[in-house]
Design a protein around this ligand. Structure first.
Ligand code: A3P
Length: 258
């Protein structure tokens, strides 16, 4: 095995200072030379920002709401991850909640390093020493280029607050017109409770040796504000100071509770 392991978990490799899975690092040249076709759609999310949710929404729109077609394969096969050279596996959500979700994901997913206790993970996340690099760079980078390229920038929190409106935005971006009935069907089938029960969305087909959902389910909570159940007051203050420094100079703002 090329991947060094710690406590049975692969450790991350590094490309240009960004931590990435070892298989991604090994295939980096090939991944970087990927040429998109004009009608390709790329879903570009930071890990745990709601990737699966937007994947399901996009598929439902592209299949004109045909549920049978949307159940043709698990979500990670319908929208494979460009950077996972091996079997496809798991990718704006407020930084606080995203970190909480990422922490629980690293507890249950054996393809990423063990996060250790919360207070240690807190330091690693703040230092940007997590897979796919610092959250701040991801969101700032896409925010900066969104008006120069054909980019639709979505916020998890807006999708929670008004899924109908956000799904309509995605449809328009894809050049599709959804009537009310189809729109409501998509809202229903991409709601958290329905996706949690959908074997083609909830990763239940992945063996326990790769994802142990008894530690933390892949469809965990699906809420805004869970950070309040994890951050201590002192951690929150430090995180906020650090956040303000890293996000200085951008007019990008996130909502932290609904
Ligand atoms: P939590 O861990 O806070 O519950 P990703 O798909 O990028 O890995 O993101 C995972 C996060 O999105 C998880 O957050 C998951 O519960 C949430 N999520 C997945 N499907 C959702 C849906 N239909 N509605 C709301 N949140 C959803």
């Amino acid at each position: 095995a090329l991947t060094p392991e710690k406590e049975g978990r692969p450790q991350l490799g590094e490309v240009e200072g960004i931590l990435l899975s070892q298989s991604t690092c090994n295939e980096w040249q090939r991944i970087q030379s990927f040429q998109a076709r004009p009608d390709d759609l790329l879903i570009c999310t930071y890990p745990k920002a709601g990737t699966t949710w937007i994947q399901e929404i996009v598929d439902m729109i592209q299949q004109d709401g045909d549920l049978e077609k949307c159940k043709r394969a698990p979500v990670h096969h319908r929208h494979p991850f460009i950077e996972w050279a091996r079997p496809p596996q798991p990718s704006g959500r407020c930084c606080w909640d995203c970190m909480v979700s990422y922490y629980h994901f690293q507890r249950m997913s054996k393809v990423v390093p063990d996060p250790g206790p919360w207070h240690e993970y807190f330091e690693m996340f703040m230092a940007g020493k997590v897979g796919w690099g610092p959250w701040h760079d991801h969101v700032k980078g896409w925010w900066k280029v969104k008006d120069m390229h054909c980019v639709l920038f979505l916020f998890y929190e807006d999708m929670k607050k008004d899924p109908k409106c956000e799904i309509q935005k995605v449809a328009q971006f894809l050049g599709k017109n959804l009537d009310q009935e189809l729109l409501e069907k998509i809202v229903y089938h991409t709601s958290f409770d329905v996706m949690k029960d959908n074997p083609m969305a909830n990763r239940s087909g992945i063996p326990v040796s790769i994802m142990d959902q008894s530690i933390s389910p892949f469809m965990r909570k699906g809420t805004v504000g869970d950070w309040k159940n994890h951050f201590t007051v002192a951690q929150n203050e430090r995180f906020e100071d650090d956040y303000e420094k890293k996000m200085a100079g951008t007019n990008l703002t996130f909502c932290m509770e609904l």
